[in-house]
Design a protein around this ligand. Structure first.
Ligand code: ATR
Length: 275
């Protein structure tokens, strides 16, 4: 009997860690599955997805630059995917409808709370960036009931648009938008959701946002310390994390949706860190 087939779709895709992560999950849990990487042409993501499921594929992860297209393509979206405006997980329900979910926010929150022991409830959080990556995680972060989330972005209008979008689900959490230079008080947690580190660039935030107990989380990850985390360390931050745990946790949540079993993430995070 053939193994159930899963894949990650992106462009480019050759550097994706997802096949490695999911095959480690499969061997750990004893699930019989095959997980590959598919590079979709820029102009035919929909054809790639349709073809995959027609061949009997069971589930897809979706990465750059197709997460918004995956969201649009779906017949149904989970509530968290609906708010995220992007999907990283696709599967078919029993009637063959294409379901879109987004496990990125859950991945971030699980990494912070379960892996690093950082509670978000009642905390003041500075979020840097207002693009797709930030929109993708705000819902699950808000669900933890922080006291305040300040969204700072180069283009302030995009931060303001996110505040408007998430206000209805913000509950008691104060949501604010501003430019990078504006915040000058220490925060409990700073999440870098800009893609600036990719260009070895830094969002120009004041060093005063970092206090003695401030936790720093860069949603990016790389083998070396990210540009943002290095800057934070240089300002005296002591609790600094990158997004490797988030990457593994979002994968674990997708695996759980598809297979009904949640793999242990710690050994997988450790193995990837030691690559
Ligand atoms: P992603 O899916 O990674 O979020 P995106 O939607 O293009 O990609 O958003 C990138 C984010 O990083 C945005 O907040 C962007 O700022 P703008 O909204 O002003 O474009 C931010 N960003 C990218 N490069 C940056 C840089 N060099 N300095 C500061 N912010 C940067």
């Amino acid at each position: 009997m053939n193994n159930d087939l899963y894949a990650v779709v992106g462009n480019p895709i050759s550097h994706s860690k997802s096949p490695r992560i999911h095959s480690l999950f499969a061997s750990q849990t004893g699930e019989q599955l095959e997980y590959t990487a598919i590079q979709a042409p820029e102009n035919d993501f929909a054809g790639t997805v349709t073809g995959f499921f027609q061949r009997g594929g069971k589930g897809l992860n979706v990465t750059v630059p197709f997460k918004e297209q995956a969201w649009k393509l779906a017949d149904r979206r989970t509530e968290r995917a609906q708010l995220a405006g992007a999907a990283n997980t696709l599967y078919q329900d029993s009637e063959g409808l294409l379901i879109a979910d987004n496990t990125d926010g859950k991945g971030l929150v699980t990494d912070l709370t379960a892996n690093h022991g950082i509670g978000l409830t009642g905390r003041r959080i500075l979020v840097l960036g207002a693009g797709g990556a930030v929109r993708g995680v705000l819902g699950p972060v808000l669900a933890e009931k922080p006291a305040a989330i300040v969204i700072a972005n180069r283009t302030v209008a995009k931060a303001e648009a996110l505040v408007t979008l998430f206000e209805p689900v913000a509950g008691q959490t104060r949501l604010e938008a501003c430019g990078f230079e504006q915040p000058t008080e220490p925060f409990d947690l700073i999440i870098n959701g800009t893609s600036a580190s990719l260009q070895h660039d830094l969002p120009p935030v004041s060093a005063n946002v970092i206090g003695a107990d401030t936790v720093i989380y860069d949603m990016m990850y790389s083998l070396q310390t990210t540009t943002f985390n290095q800057w934070a360390l240089d300002q005296g931050a002591t609790r600094v994390f990158d997004g490797l745990g988030m990457l593994v946790e979002q994968a674990a949540e997708s695996f759980r949706l598809w297979r009904g079993i949640r793999p242990e993430t710690r050994p997988v995070i450790d193995e990837l860190r030691n690559d």
